[in-house]
Design a protein around this ligand. Structure first.
Ligand code: NAD
Length: 410
């Protein structure tokens, strides 16, 4: 038996979703080719109006699709993420395609040339990279290198006159981020961050439910992201070029989720390192950390990251209900529910949508929802988290107010 509160919440969500769905239709969200695969994915689910309000890409991409233009993307760094996710995702994009590669390993170059039909003239190494400026096949450079290398390669790509996607976290410091933003502005090129979850229906639904107070005022958020880190990428464990550790690698997801669920930037943070259970493996980085954000209204987000334990959850508790994603931050298999039922939403090819959205922004000359300024905001917050853990103090957060408009906070 549902109680009155549950019923009214369910009605409210249902009406809200119905309104959004109709609004989205009337404004062409999920229109044309982008809509078809997701409508058919949803067809097997229950009543669309009950739970299925998928916000969809920020822009209808029909115009861009009709132009028939596909932008060329060059991946810089052919490691795990490029090989496992971005290369395959680029085979499904509608507005861009894999046109070039940048790698220091000739064997990788040969493998990719064959697999993706990349011509020799579009293959670069880190020394020849700047010559990409003369290559009209390449419109977008996607930086998929270890974190401490992002700044250098974004700036070099901007100088080469290319639009840029930079992986998360944007850089190691706010100063680096500012230099990257300045270089892109000077070159009049667009810069976006590889925040794939902004293009994922469950997360978009969370933004809308949280920011529009469908579950009332959010009082408490929980963001947990942990994985058992292998030795495969030594830099992630702080070796070689370094710049790894769970706070930078995973804490950025928790930071993002806390902000887009609440629709606000936290005002302060406290943090505590986890004790090291494997001193050798975690000699150069933290093994894990708990941090808590405080928002202006006194509500909190409790976050936990680890390279030695597996968890993957986003939960928000409001005055009228709750929402939860578990797993929350994976490439696929995200599952969501709220106090009024299951989120009946499809899993989508996140990176494909993310790259197509950026291509659309370039073709249609629109701002990206995940700009460099958002990456800089998050790097600033990560710096405050580290300061809080180092000092044991509550640290004030002082960053730019940059939000993804998909949440549409009222
Ligand atoms: P990886 O270690 O598998 O790949 C890094 C690549 O950089 C390798 O090809 C390596 O050869 C190359 N490289 C060039 N110079 C190097 C140097 N001096 N030291 C080390 N490597 C060097 O890492 P990855 O998992 O592919 O991550 C790359 C970036 O992508 C990171 O910024 C990471 O945070 C990000 N990432 C994002 C997601 C996401 O979901 N958005 C997922 C995974 C990784």
């Amino acid at each position: 038996m549902k109680n009155i509160n549950q019923l009214s919440l369910q009605n409210e969500m249902s009406m809200y979703n119905r309104r959004r769905f109709l609004k989205n239709l009337s404004f062409g969200f999920w229109s044309g080719a982008m809509m078809l695969p997701y409508l058919s994915a949803m067809a097997g689910g229950s009543d669309l109006f009950d739970t299925g309000a998928i916000p969809g890409p920020a822009d209808a991409i029909t115009d861009a699709l009709q132009s028939g233009k596909k932008l060329g993307v060059a991946l810089v760094g052919l490691g795990k993420y490029s090989e496992g996710e971005l290369g395959p995702a680029l085979e499904k994009t509608k507005l861009c395609k894999l046109a070039g590669i940048v790698t220091g390993t000739p064997e990788k170059a040969n493998k990719w040339k064959k697999k993706y039909n990349v011509p020799d003239k579009n293959v670069y190494n880190y020394q020849t990279f700047d010559r990409i400026a003369d290559n009209p096949d390449i419109d977008i450079v996607y930086i998929v290198l270890p974190n401490p290398m992002h700044e250098e390669y974004v700036i070099r790509a901007a100088k080469a006159g290319k639009h840029i996607i930079c992986e998360k976290p944007m850089a190691m410091t706010v100063q680096e981020c500012q230099a990257m933003i300045d270089a892109c502005k000077k070159a009049d090129r667009k810069l976006s961050i590889g925040y794939r979850l902004h293009f994922e229906p469950h997360h978009q639904n969370v933004m809308q439910i949280g920011q529009n107070k469908i579950i009332g005022d959010i009082k408490k958020i929980i963001c947990d992201d942990g994985q058992v880190q292998s030795e495969e990428s030594p830099w992630r464990l702080g070796r070689g070029v370094g710049g790894g550790g769970p706070v930078r690698d995973l804490g950025v997801y928790c930071t993002q989720a806390a902000i887009y669920t609440k629709g606000e930037i936290p005002v302060s943070v406290i943090a505590k390192y986890h004790p090291k259970t494997d001193v050798e493996k975690f000699k150069l980085i933290e093994e894990g950390m708990n941090f808590q954000f405080q928002f202006a209204d006194g509500s909190t987000a409790d976050c936990k990251v680890s390279f030695n334990e597996k968890f993957n959850k986003l939960r928000a508790e409001g005055t009228k209900g709750w929402l939860e994603l578990d797993p929350a931050y994976e490439y696929k298999g995200i599952e969501g529910k709220t106090s009024s039922g299951k989120m009946d939403l499809p899993n989508v090819p996140q990176q494909t949508l993310q790259m197509d959205d950026f291509a659309n922004c370039i073709i249609s000359n629109k701002p990206t929802r995940v700009p460099g300024e958002m990456g800089m905001r998050d790097v600033g917050i990560l710096q405050s988290i580290f300061e809080a853990a180092e000092t044991g103090n509550k640290v004030k957060i002082n960053v730019n107010h940059v939000m993804d408009p998909v949440g549409n906070k009222k």
